[in-house]
Ligand binder design. Structure first.
Ligand SMILES: Cc1cc2nc3c(=O)[nH]c(=O)nc-3n(C[C@H](O)[C@H](O)[C@H](O)COP(=O)(O)OP(=O)(O)OC[C@H]3O[C@@H](n4cnc5c(N)ncnc54)[C@H](O)[C@@H]3O)c2cc1C
Length: 440
């Protein structure tokens, strides 16, 4: 444990030279606050639709510093927490429509990478949603039945323990659903996307936190050394969105953690069947997941998701020994053959959890649009979200602007209580979910 570096592994895979901060006043068509996937896909799709638009992005650090450069890299057809939560909230038809769209995003991300020569170590080889207990097997069966209904019959096949272990030879696995998706280096995706968006003519101001956003006929974004006045401001700051008054009680930043090993030797790799290198995700809310990186390091991630009093997002929270102890215990349960594997990196990032476990998009009075609430499943969902925000900014009534999670008068966003009730509530909710899942 003493040798662990509390540094985001993905950030070591590509050098980054943050761009210059904003030091003047700018007048433009669209100002996007937050340069992660959500903000960048929005800029990308807006520029594709209307190349003449003058778009500026203000980013507190640099693209990929936030969740988009820390994700575990599972590209999944998931919106919000999971499909069951979505059906409970929106019904089967609307969930089916949205799921089809996010499935398309998986393919389009691959196409985007190829077309723009972004090397993000993308492996579109699906992933296994796997069970390690009878309760999880029942959940997989429910997921399978639901996915079949939503897709009109052709759902995924539930694999036996033997079939599952032939794909990933962990003795903990007793069954799995093979699901469309893939693995990616999330930081390289964020950096590549930022490069392409710049090439499209978008100006990204790195190291420029927005201090204040004032709605209006022409809303204004104030930063330390300059202001941006725009026709529309788009807020895509993910787990930091609560810092803007309208969203104060609409989401909570919850920490999610990951550990990355030294590259495995051929001999270590030879101890387990894992022929297709699919990612592995355990079928529960506080899931654990495992995958290889391009250079054959093993990532083991997930475990306890932590909320800290006062919506604490300070980077010192990356060092949480109890989380890493728990992850290492789980690692031994999944992979007892790898007792000699050395973990080197241990880090975390914040995900934006909403009360209904679904993303929210919309427009506030005063020409401010927003998108947040990806609940830890944002790689594909932010791609789809970029299309939603494009149409909201352009004022277009479209299939995207009518997707299930676009807020309107009829759909108020549910709120969290203020502190100290919030801490008690979030921790209580986590325990309740764990208890329900264990009994399911
Ligand atoms: C540890 C971890 C693992 C994850 N694993 C997966 C996974 O395997 N698969 C998956 O689909 N999803 C995963 N996710 C979720 C996914 O990473 C996010 O949903 C997605 O990156 C959200 O994109 P975003 O642009 O909304 O957020 P971000 O990438 O966080 O972008 C928001 C940006 O806003 C900036 N910002 C904040 N405040 C301000 C301000 N005041 N002014 C200017 N800029 C500001 C931040 O610096 C940041 O760059 C994971 C998340 C974490 C943290």
């Amino acid at each position: 444990m003493d040798d662990l570096k509390h540094e985001v592994y993905w950030h070591t895979t590509q050098e980054v030279e943050p761009g210059e901060p904003l030091t003047e006043s700018v007048d433009c068509d669209v100002c996007i606050v937050g340069g992660g996937y959500a903000g960048l896909w929005t800029a990308h799709f807006l520029k594709q639709a209307e190349p003449a638009l003058d778009i500026h992005v203000v980013e507190a650090e640099y693209s990929g510093y936030g969740a988009s450069g820390r994700a575990d890299g599972f590209v999944t057809p998931t919106i919000g927490k999971d499909i069951q939560a979505l059906v409970e909230r929106f019904g089967e038809q609307r969930t089916a429509d949205a799921s089809r769209e996010v499935g398309r995003s998986i393919l389009e991300i691959g196409r985007f990478l190829r077309r723009n020569k972004v090397d993000a170590d993308y492996e579109p080889n699906g992933y296994l949603l796997a069970a390690t207990s009878a309760a999880q097997m029942r959940r997989l069966e429910e997921d399978r039945a639901l996915a079949s209904r939503l897709s009109g019959g052709a759902g995924p096949v539930l694999m036996s323990a033997e079939e599952t272990r032939a794909r990933i030879g962990s003795p903990a696995l007793i069954g799995a659903l093979r699901t469309d998706g893939g693995l990616i280096n999330p930081f390289k995706l964020a950096r590549g996307l930022a490069r392409v968006v710049r090439e499209q003519g978008v100006v990204i101001h790195d190291r420029t936190p927005a201090l204040r956003v004032e709605p209006g006929v022409r809303p204004t974004v104030t930063t330390a050394k300059g202001r941006v006045v725009a026709d529309t401001v788009v807020l895509t700051t993910n787990a930091h969105q609560f810092r803007f008054a309208p969203f104060r009680n609409k989401l909570v930043p919850v920490w999610s953690y990951a550990m990355i090993s030294e590259p495995l030797t051929d001999e270590q790799l030879g101890r387990i069947e894992w022929p297709a290198r699919e990612g592995l995700v355990e079928a529960k809310t506080f899931l654990t997941c495992a995958r290889f990186t391009a250079d054959n390091r093993l990532m083991f991630a997930g475990g306890p998701a932590l909320y800290f009093y006062g919506r604490d997002t300070d980077q010192r929270r990356m060092s949480e020994p109890r989380v890493y102890r728990e992850l290492l215990r789980e690692f031994e349960r999944f992979f007892p053959m790898w007792k000699d594997v050395t973990f080197r990196y241990a880090y975390g990032g914040t995900v934006d959890i909403t009360r209904d476990f679904a993303p929210h998009f919309g427009r506030l009075p005063g020409n401010v649009a927003y998108g947040y609430g990806f609940c830890g499943n944002g790689i594909s969902a932010t791609h789809l979200g970029g299309k939603v925000l494009r149409d909201l900014v352009l004022g277009k009534d479209s299939d995207y602007s009518r997707l299930l999670y676009v807020d309107d008068e009829g759909r108020k966003q549910p709120s969290f209580p203020p502190e100290p009730l919030l801490t008690v509530g979030v921790r209580g909710m986590s325990r309740l979910m764990e208890f329900k899942e264990a009994r399911a």
